[in-house]
Design a protein around this ligand. Structure first.
Ligand code: FES
Ligand SMILES: [Fe+2]
Length: 447
């Protein structure tokens, strides 16, 4: 099997979504050389605080050591291999193995071996049995890690996408905090299915989420593409980098007008309190404001499996009087098997907003786009499960390949759009998904 994806092949073989051999290759060629999000510094504030997460094939204990550094330690004793930590979070001065009692410090050093002097050979190499540790970088509170000692520095790995992520964070005032531990969902379907959805799928809103839209759960915002405040349109811009990272941003503009015609002398940040807009604008560079002003929804992928969504809602279920409020959710899509994915959801709120606003933001996220989210997640996960079931029971080659041609030749370059990456203006396009699969195919190569 070989996977190619270029301008002549805008499709992906269906086996890529169900075959455990493909996942095995992906773990080596896509996940191992990449930086993946493990969580947030807020989750491990104090020395000894830890959370257990997955990095590629391995489980890791993400722990803050006494010197304040965060480490990602392989969660497996170097004696017989016992899983060291079976809680998902907690605080511990050290990790002690439940089998023979080897004890590891929070930086991975083997510090305790029962009967070391009396029963081990005099030349026993204790430091040769330290826990393997991954490279960890804390960037604006986001904890990224990789096992690959040859991987580029995180900043180089993120490339152009970092500029847009920074702008979204700076738009909220710059400082963010994470609400509680992440929510977790085990979803049927390959990890790439929800990930390509986040890369840029505006196309499914009108069908998958039709009931939610008709019920007004998205209110009169335009992110849905079918309703909206009178006299306004939503125009979208797609941005993808050669590394497979992507972002799709939707803007509220006056009906019939273009993105370039936004009034940037009076920037608007939908979902943030209007009385704070001038202050929020002054905390950003003019370039950032050209990206964030009038932006109602932004979602995308940090390749391979970290996704984000920043969106303004004007009501949650049963709370029709709540003002337009924005939320930011960051997720990882961790493969459990070729056909099952664990999704972790973190909600982030800007510390510049008052307590009531932050609570509302978290509530809107929890009620719409979360483990228990009403409609949005149920709608999406139902489709992902249907994809999985149908692909898994089809004969190889039946039904051709997964099609990714939407918007080809239809978009136009978004002129004067700020930021380092080329942007394409097109409300309905698989431009970003193509970038994701192009990078994925490059890395997977021949099987
Ligand atoms: S397996 Fe961990 S101490 Fe023996
Ligand atoms: Fe959706």
């Amino acid at each position: 099997m070989s996977f190619e994806f270029d301008d002549s092949v805008r499709a992906v073989d269906r086996r890529a979504f169900i075959d455990s051999g493909v996942l095995d290759i992906e773990l080596d060629r896509v996940f191992r050389p990449s930086w993946q999000l493990l969580g947030f510094a807020d989750e491990v504030r104090e020395p000894g605080d830890y959370v257990v997460r997955t990095l590629g094939r391995d489980e890791v204990v993400v722990v803050r050591a006494e010197d304040g550094e965060v480490h990602a330690l392989h969660n497996s004793c170097t004696h017989r291999g016992t899983r060291l930590c079976s809680a998902s979070l907690g605080n511990a001065a050290h990790l002690r193995c439940s089998y023979h009692g080897w004890t590891f410090a929070n930086d991975g050093r083997l510090v305790g071996v029962p009967a070391l002097r009396s029963a081990y050979p005099p030349d026993f190499d204790r430091s040769g049995h330290d826990l393997p540790t991954a490279r960890v970088v804390c960037r604006r509170g986001f904890l990224f890690a990789t096992w690959d000692t040859q991987a580029p520095e995180l900043e180089d790995y993120l490339g152009g996408i970092a500029w847009y992520l920074d702008a979204l964070l700076d738009c909220g005032g710059g400082q963010w905090e994470v609400c509680g531990p992440p929510q977790r969902v085990r979803a049927k379907g390959n990890w790439k299915i929800p990930t390509d959805n986040f890369a840029g799928d505006g196309y499914h809103m009108r069908t998958t989420h039709q009931i939610a839209l008709d019920q007004g759960i998205y209110g009169d915002t335009l992110a849905n593409g079918t309703r909206g405040r009178a006299g306004t349109d939503l125009v979208a811009v797609n941005i993808a980098t050669p590394d497979g990272h992507s972002l799709r941003a939707g803007y509220v503009v006056e009906s019939g007008s273009s993105l370039e015609e936004r009034d940037l002398t009076a920037p608007q940040f939908p979902g943030y309190p209007p009385e704070r807009w001038a202050e929020l604008a002054s905390a950003q560079t003019p370039e950032q404001v050209r990206f964030t002003s009038h932006c109602e929804v932004a979602h995308g992928v940090v390749f391979p499996n970290t996704v984000f969504l920043s969106v303004a809602h004007d009501r949650a279920v049963g709370e029709d009087t709540d003002p337009l409020t924005r939320y930011l959710v960051v997720r990882t899509h961790v493969p459990v098997s070729a056909r099952e994915t664990e999704c972790l959801y973190w909600t982030l709120v800007p510390t510049a907003m008052d307590r009531e606003w932050r609570r509302r933001s978290y509530r809107f996220q929890a009620r719409t786009q979360s483990a228990g989210g009403i409609l949005f997640e149920m709608d999406d996960f139902e489709n992902f499960a249907r994809i999985d079931a149908a692909l898994a029971r089809s004969a190889p080659g039946r039904g051709g390949a997964v099609d990714l041609t939407l918007g080809t030749g239809r978009g136009t370059p978004a002129r004067d759009f700020p930021g380092p990456a080329q942007a394409e203006a097109a409300t309905l396009s698989e431009h970003n998904q193509r970038a994701f699969y192009r990078r994925w195919a490059e890395l997977v190569g021949e099987l």
